[in-house]
Design a protein around this ligand. Sequence first.
Ligand SMILES: [Zn+2]
Ligand SMILES: [Zn+2]
Length: 247
Amino acid sequence: MTTIPALLLSALAMTLIVGVRYLIVSGAFAFATNRRNPALYRGLRPQMRREIGWSLASAAIYGMPAGLLAWGWAHRGWTRVYTDIHAHPLWWWPVSVLLCLFAHDSWFYWTHRWMHTPRLFHAAHAVHHASRPPTAWAAMSFHPWESITGAVVIPALVLVVPMHWTALACVLTIMTLMGVTNHMGWEIFPRRLVEGPAGRWLITASHHQRHHEQYRCNYGLYFRVWDRLCGTDRGLGRFDEATDGQA
Ligand SMILES: [Zn+2]
Ligand SMILES: [Zn+2]
């Protein structure tokens, strides 16, 4: 197959993978939320429809650079993704995962903070904050401008950071699960963890909830490091006890 149709096919395949992954994971957590507390998403159907629409558009934007890289990996030897686990020392596996998460978190923190400046907020980020309160479907509910900033991160990282394919799969799984659970409207992790020493550095729904309530704080994605260093961490939000059955 010539290059252009092969590239288009690869982008289409990646769009489908990202879109279907979103529908399955967000759908599963939305279902779990409904079982746990049927009142939590009551009255939010029009909002959830918008969240799904923006998220599927984001899937196409994420699919394009991912498709390009997947094609380049298969046909041109691009990317530092490796398949032989012994190509690098075994300790590199967890280090590469942490490095990738920290790099993604740093990119997210600064671009997110930038998108909270008034002009950019209206042009790029207001769509995400139109979810009030966000639901499990809001995980990829971004304006296309914002999606572009998110879509380039992992493709850029795999060009420079050597990663075993299972380490990359681990990063993508964490990215997907945290994106969904952070917007779900309730805390999935035990309070002992969220309010304990690990929770002082890790971001879960309780932390991101406060970002959606107060806007100009808690900008991070996985870690509270940048928020703490830059004085933008305002601690953990609490979920509405009236609507959250187990709060
Ligand atoms: Zn959010
Ligand atoms: Zn924001």
